[in-house]
Design a protein around this ligand. Structure first.
Ligand SMILES: [Zn+2]
Length: 334
């Protein structure tokens, strides 16, 4: 019998799982499955003790926030928690109402738990926005890093586990026959044992486009949801049957009545709020009279680099893919 404290032999660095017995925090012995993934060992107890995670670092989520100790510095939130810190206040299964959702995979992802939205956060804990944590690592790396845009690989790992946990919560039941889904034993998927339907994490692509005219000016638009004076790029979700370039053409036409061509891919960025993949483009103004749709976009203007560098208009915050593309244009990019 292994205990929570004396299972280092399981941590061989190989990805595998095995059944064993653990002595839980309540001193009881339970069968449990141990997962060993890239050096991190954690176990999922089948008894009443649902929180027996043995990963090196974990995340605890509630809604779009992380739950962290009150004395944890903002800049440390991205690094996750020692699972030991969770046991005192969150170790009881009744705290969750339903068993906590824990997930990891062979990509070495950090595991995380979901706290139901109606559960109070204990006094020694506070919430911190997932997005704020992702941005706390600062701009890092060129496009092609885990999260894309100007988010770091560490931010990408956080966004991935957040995305997967939300999807697991929302895929409890089969969308075809209503049966209770189970985890696929071979891949990151949900499997309906009743009808065989397989569901993968949902990812919804959306384009975001910088339109530039032949005078080198960029079209920036004010969305009705933005704070005053803030302008950004034209964006919208890809519709069924569309390729991404077609989405760019349609969205620009719908929102500001312009025609574009010479559409070039710039970068992409995970945006799991709840499940988007932002795909960034640059396009050339081909023709048409600027006219906002009036419902989503209430103003749009051509701006020079000098104007934007001088502070007009206000731009989206660092970390967003729109800001990445605008900054790239400001330094001479298309
Ligand atoms: Zn089904």
């Amino acid at each position: 019998m292994a205990t929570l404290r004396d299972t280092p032999e399981l941590c061989s660095g190989e990805a595998h799982s095995q059944w064993g017995l653990i002595r839980c925090l309540h001193g009881e012995v339970h069968p449990a499955v141990f997962f060993v993934i890239q050096g991190s060992t954690f176990s999922l107890c089948s008894g009443r003790c649902t929180l027996v995670c043995m990963a090196k670092r974990v995340y605890l989520f509630q809604g779009t926030n992380l739950v962290v100790p009150v004395d944890m510095k903002d800049g440390e939130v991205l690094g996750g928690l020692d699972p030991e810190t969770l046991r005192g206040d969150f170790g009881e299964p009744e705290y969750y109402g339903v068993p906590p959702i824990l997930h990891s995979d062979a990509a070495g992802m950090l595991p995380g738990f979901l706290l139901p939205p109606d559960r109070p956060v204990p006094p020694a804990w506070r919430t911190f926005p997932v997005l704020g944590a992702a941005l706390s690592s600062g701009p890092a790396g060129p496009p092609g890093t885990a999260a894309g845009g100007n988010l770091s690989a560490a931010a990408g790992r956080l966004l991935r586990i957040y995305h997967v946990l939300q999807w697991r919560k929302d895929s409890a039941y089969c969308g075809s026959c209503g049966g209770a889904n189970e985890d696929s034993p071979v891949e990151l998927a949900r499997l309906c044992p009743r009808c065989g339907r397989i569901e993968y994490p949902r990812i919804s692509p959306a384009v975001i486009t910088l339109v530039q005219n032949d005078d080198g000016q960029a079209l920036l638009a004010h969305n009705i949801k933005f704070k005053p004076k803030l302008y950004s790029l034209i964006a919208g979700f890809t519709e069924a049957g569309e390729c991404l370039e077609a989405t760019v053409v349609r969205e620009v036409k719908e929102e500001v009545n312009l025609d574009v061509d010479t559409i070039r891919y710039v970068t992409s960025q995970s945006w799991p709020f709840p499940n988007s993949l932002m795909v960034g483009f640059a396009a050339r103004y081909k023709g048409g009279q600027l006219k906002c749709d009036g419902t989503e976009i209430v103003d749009a203007q051509w701006f020079t680099r000098e104007s934007v560098l001088g502070g007009t208009p206000e731009l989206p915050g660092p970390g967003s893919v729109s800001r990445y593309i605008i900054d790239r244009w400001l330094t001479g990019g298309p």
